[in-house]
Design a protein around this ligand. Structure first.
Ligand SMILES: Nc1ncnc2c1ncn2[C@@H]1O[C@H](COP(=O)(O)OP(=O)(O)OP(=O)(O)O)[C@@H](O)[C@H]1O
Length: 818
């Protein structure tokens, strides 16, 4: 109770403080929208009423004047259209005030109403009032000259000010002062300068001159016809001849004297005047143009490369290079391929909100933590309660109550964010009893995604404040995705791919898909010839075999090196610059240049790869992650097991963007996010995204397999490229090249290793590592040598190699015969 009263006291103090401050300030804009509408419409109506009153006062003011002596007695005899009050206000403003300029006040009132209603800048409104009032005073003084005749013109104030000033500086002084006021107004308000006045005079003059010359050019023809018939016409002709010729000398002054010699007619002075004006103009223009010519050293740019000129010409002739031309009729998938869900859209359950709020407050009160305010933001799956604790409460105290709050709310997945970065509040995220689905359709249809100008926009889902979350993969530049099984990883990957399919033309992006599970990404096979990239010799574009992954990764490394070479030759720093230059036809395809599509490598189940291929995968992945951002190769790697031997330090360091779906332990959460939180998620697409420090909780958009199927079918049924995008060839070490390993180069432990493998009948490098205490590389090398010697079979992905020698006797025989 004591706490409550102190809280009240502080709030009343705050209120009284506000009261003291309020009158000093301009009208406060911290009004609610409803209050603004009420105040705004009041001001608009007031403005209109004032205008009506003033206008009718001009006609009826005289008649009403005598009756105003009885104001405010009730009467319906007033002639003013706004009756008694209108007559009184008009008398006050117009007769006793500023006269007719008072109309401006009605306009200002109206304007204020509009500004308040639609929440426009208060600074601008203030400026309008200041200038408006000054104009009223100025006009009022000006009209004060005539007030003795018509007293409503400048009003009493205008008249009095005028006579007062005249007493000191005379009529001329007042006129000059008013002129000064006008000049000052034009200079300050409209930034008028002496130069701009002169310029406008000049342009007016030249316009008149042009008209004159145009007239003169037309009329002589008519005169020529007459010329044959009458003598009078000759006079007319000579009269017109004078102005026509001065037009030519505008270029050359030298031709003026003959003119003057020819026609010393009475009209000459006017032509001379025109010439004189031109003469004075010219030197000025020249003096301005001279430095401009110096600055316009654009010639340097032209000199820079003739290729530029050629490119400009090519662009002029053929237009910019359009990479999409080959599939010019390609149609992007339509929105109706995506499903609408019934339980989309957030429904607010007031009881649930109230209940949760009470429980949070109660639990905190139990631990003697008072709260100043609490606010709820309802998201698709969780509601964020933002609390401001009483002064002096330690944040860590609240953070430690996570489990207690979870207990009292009887809910899973409570996450406490203390404090919310940049907000000064503490956030408690509580899962909604009825979560809503965020459909892929809703995020793809959002303005944010549709209007995004990002290179590779990805609509992930919706944030806690129900905003569509769109990020640029090109900026990330690589993404690591982790989450326990069944928490929404595959859906997340599909959301990423769907986003790109909806926004990027097949010419602009290519996918390299690695799917050891063999089932998740198979649907994308249908768009192989549109969007997928593969090795030249492979049949399937979607890679399911671990051995092929290594080849593909190495091939991507070669592609990366090639692209860097192309960028270097084109003097570009990144793919965007390079492609822009290529589109502008500044890069010659005959020199090996080509439009470069973005390449997105997606690896589902990275743990499996690392476990079977280890360094062979890690090294090219790390290399790509470190270097590939500038040349448009981006990696998305997903794993179920975010343990440290899968997500190694080197991989982590190069994947700043991380996505965590629900994981089972705090340690896993720490591995993926460098902090806890992912273990407190509720699953089914509930995820945390980070690209640095801040964690953003997002409900991932849901895209079901039938939807993906429809999209890929829609794309797949359209005209395609002849083949998938081909990556550079890479000759893998497993492809038989090791077979020629020299016998003399064999490892010292070769024989021992061979015996071990034959005895165990298991051809795995890890066996050698364990038994012979070898490093991974050396064990791998020995296995290669065993393969070359025909003791073990080919590399078969995740399986151990086949042992081709049945027993030690056979081994002895084999080695002796070598
Ligand atoms: N964003 C989402 N919204 C609603 N439900 C979802 C969402 N994401 C996933 N789910 C539900 O969770 C199920 C499992 O998702 P998903 O197949 O993506 O999991 P996973 O993490 O890939 O699992 P695994 O690693 O075993 O393949 C889906 O079938 C779906 O019912």
């Amino acid at each position: 109770m004591a706490k409550k009263t102190t809280r009240k006291k502080t709030s009343t103090k705050a209120a009284s403080k506000k009261k003291v401050k309020a009158p000093l300030k301009m009208p406060s804009w911290t009004l609610t929208n409803q209050q603004k509408l009420v105040l705004g419409s009041f001001l608009i109506i007031l403005g209109i009423l004032l205008f009506i009153s003033f206008l009718s006062f001009v006609f009826t003011g005289k008649e009403d004047q005598s009756m105003l002596q009885n104001f405010p007695e009730r009467s319906n005899n007033y002639k003013n259209w706004a009756s008694q009050l209108g007559a009184w206000v008009s008398e006050l403003f117009i007769t006793k005030g500023f006269g007719l300029p008072s109309f401006i006040f009605s306009g200002l009132c109206f304007l204020s109403g509009v500004y308040v209603t639609i929440n426009l800048s208060k600074d601008k409104l203030r400026t309008h009032w200041i200038w408006g009032t000054l104009i009223v005073i100025w006009l009022s003084i000006l009209l004060g000259f005539f007030t003795h005749k018509y007293d409503f013109l400048g009003g009493t104030i205008g008249f009095e000010m005028n006579t007062y000033m005249q007493d000191y500086i005379g009529k001329a002084g007042v006129v000059l002062l008013l002129l000064f006021g006008l000049m000052a107004y034009l200079a300050i308000r409209f930034k008028v300068t002496g130069e701009s006045i002169v310029n406008s005079f000049r342009s007016a003059k030249s316009a008149i001159k042009d008209d004159l010359s145009a007239d003169a050019e037309v009329k002589p023809e008519a005169v020529h016809i007459d010329n044959n018939h009458t003598n009078e016409a000759e006079d007319i002709k000579s009269a017109f001849d004078i102005p026509t010729e001065p037009v030519q000398p505008t270029i050359d002054k030298a031709s003026t004297p003959p003119l003057e010699e020819k026609e010393p007619e009475p009209e000459k002075p006017s032509t001379v005047e025109v010439l004189e004006m031109e003469v004075t103009e010219k030197p000025k223009e020249e003096s301005i143009e001279e430095p401009e010519l110096k600055v316009e050293v654009e010639e340097y740019e032209e000199e820079q490369s003739e290729a530029d000129n050629l490119a400009d010409k090519l662009v002029e002739d053929f237009g910019q290079f359009d990479p999409t031309l080959e599939l010019g009729k390609y149609q992007f998938p339509t929105l109706d391929l995506l499903k609408k869900y019934d339980n989309e859209g957030i429904s607010i359950d007031q009881d649930e909100l109230e209940e949760n709020k009470n429980r949070i407050v109660e639990t905190l009160n139990n631990y003697k933590i008072g709260i100043t305010s609490i606010k709820a933001t309802i998201g698709p799956t969780v509601t964020l309660y933002e609390i401001v604790p009483d002064a002096g409460v330690r944040i860590s105290k609240i953070k430690n109550l996570e489990d207690d709050i979870a207990l009292s709310l009887a809910a899973l997945g409570i996450r406490i964010i203390a404090p919310i970065p940049g907000k000064g509040t503490i956030g408690i995220e509580v899962p909604n009893k009825n979560s809503t689905i965020v459909s892929m359709r809703s995020v793809i249809a959002s303005q944010k995604f549709q209007k995004s100008t990002m290179e590779l926009p990805i609509a992930f889902g919706k944030t806690i404040s129900n905003e569509t979350f769109v990020v640029d993969l090109a900026k990330m530049p690589h993404m690591l995705m982790a989450g326990a099984t069944g928490q929404g990883k595959s859906v997340g990957l599909n959301a990423v791919l769907t986003s790109l399919l909806y926004k990027k033309h097949p010419a602009e992006v290519k996918f390299v898909l690695v799917d050891p599970k063999k089932v998740e990404l198979t649907l994308f096979n249908k768009i192989e010839r549109h969007y997928l990239a593969k090795l030249p010799d492979s049949e399937d574009a979607i890679i399911t075999d671990n051995a092929k992954v290594i080849n593909t990764l190495n091939s991507l490394c070669i592609e990366m090196d090639n692209r860097y070479e192309m960028l270097k030759n084109a003097f570009c720093r990144n793919i965007a610059e390079y492609n822009t230059k290529f589109k502008a036809r500044k890069l010659n395809p005959n020199d090996g240049h080509a439009f470069l599509p973005y390449i997105v490598l997606v690896v589902d189940e990275f743990a499996d790869l690392i476990m079977t291929a280890g360094k062979e995968v890690e090294t090219p992945i790390a290399r790509l992650a470190q270097l590939a951002r500038a040349i448009g190769i981006h990696l998305i790697i997903a794993t179920q097991r975010p343990s440290v031997n899968v997500i190694t330090g080197i991989i982590k360091a190069n994947f700043p963007a991380r996505i965590a779906f629900r994981v089972t332990s705090k340690i896993d959460s720490r591995t993926i996010l460098d902090g806890s939180g992912a273990d407190q998620l509720i699953g089914r697409g509930d995820m945390l995204y980070t690209q640095g420090n801040e964690l953003i909780r997002i409900q991932c958009a849901f895209v079901d397999t039938p939807e993906v199927e429809k999209i890929t079918e829609f794309i797949g049924s359209q005209k395609a490229y002849p083949d998938a995008h081909l990556l550079p060839e890479y000759v893998g070490e497993d492809g038989g090249t090791n077979l020629d390993i020299d016998i003399s180069d064999r490892d010292k432990l070769f024989r021992e290793a061979a015996e071990l493998i034959v005895t165990a009948q298991q051809g795995s490098a890890s066996l050698l590592q364990r038994k012979l205490k070898l490093g991974y590389n050396r064990a791998g090398r020995i296995i290669d040598q065993l393969e070359a010697a025909g003791i073990v079979g080919n590399f078969e992905g995740s399986k151990a190699r086949q042992v081709l020698v049945p027993d030690l006797v056979a081994l002895d025989q084999l080695l002796e015969n070598e």
